[in-house]
Design a protein around this ligand. Structure first.
Ligand SMILES: [Zn+2]
Length: 266
């Protein structure tokens, strides 16, 4: 069942992010209006682990955001940031967040493995023989991030390495239940929102991050809120896959609010 109004897309980088060359804030707003989205958050990457060039220019970004707000008065355009590995960079986080953002997402993209810090998206990094240990290490880092006192409100793509999983062994949530539940319990204690990331609308069986099993654990561990994010790095992927995410989230007992800016809750 589709809700009349789709959820806000709370995770969209634009051209201000180092990895979104096809991003276009203005055209993305036009697309969001076309789709009837109540709100969109432009969450730019701050990936300190990759060096200062992977942290967006906040002054230029806010100017661009204001131009779009003036051009699209009926769309609620939120400012935002997706901080990578923020608990490794608490001072830089404090400096960045002083600018004031409506949506603050925290993500793990990288893990330290055999002396190197590598993004799980790095082609060939997650190998069949090591992926089990790598993912446990990854979830341990997510737990450290959630248990840190770095301020944020949403955990983005909790099971990010799933997107880059090797063909064998097939991905399964079950062996990692203990690690997932530890993260989810800590997140519920902090009153965080769990993002359902639709990975730009790719195959939902593999690319809804997280999927229904982990979402069920979120409920059991006391999680109250869900945020929707397409992670669109180009205009045509805004809100892609949202109908499937909505079905899953609704089945887990979450509901939309009258206020379209609010997270879905249960
Ligand atoms: Zn991310």
């Amino acid at each position: 069942m589709m809700n009349a109004v789709p959820p806000a897309d709370n995770h969209v980088p634009s051209q201000w992010s180092w990895d979104a060359d096809d991003g276009d804030m203005d055209r993305t707003c036009a697309r969001a209006v076309e789709l009837g989205l109540p709100s969109i958050a432009f969450t730019e990457h701050a990936d300190w682990v990759r060096g200062e060039t992977a942290v967006f220019d906040a002054a230029g970004y806010f100017e661009c955001l204001e131009r779009c707000r003036a051009a699209y008065p009926d769309l609620r355009i939120l400012s935002g940031v997706e901080m990578g590995e923020p608990h490794w960079f608490p001072e830089r986080v404090a400096t960045l967040l002083a600018a004031g953002f409506d949506r603050v997402l925290a993500s793990m993209h990288c893990i330290e493995w055999e002396g190197r810090t590598t993004d799980a998206a790095h082609r060939g990094f997650l190998t069949s023989d090591a992926v089990d240990g790598m993912f446990r290490k990854y979830l341990g880092e997510v737990l450290a991030m959630v248990e840190s006192d770095v301020p944020f409100e949403v955990i983005a793509h909790l099971d990010y390495p799933k997107r880059y999983w090797p063909d064998q062994p097939a991905y399964d949530d079950a062996p990692f239940e203990g690690e997932f539940r530890a993260v989810l319990r800590a997140a519920a204690r902090r009153d965080l929102a769990l993002e359902v990331n639709t990975t730009r609308g790719r195959d939902p069986a593999r690319y809804l991050c997280p999927g229904p099993v982990v979402l069920g654990w979120w409920c059991e561990e006391g999680g109250k809120a869900v945020s929707f994010g397409s992670d669109a790095h180009s205009v045509e992927h805004v809100a892609a896959g949202f109908h499937l995410a909505q079905d899953m989230v609704t089945a887990a007992g979450f509901k939309a609010h009258d206020d379209p800016l609010a997270f879905w809750t249960r």
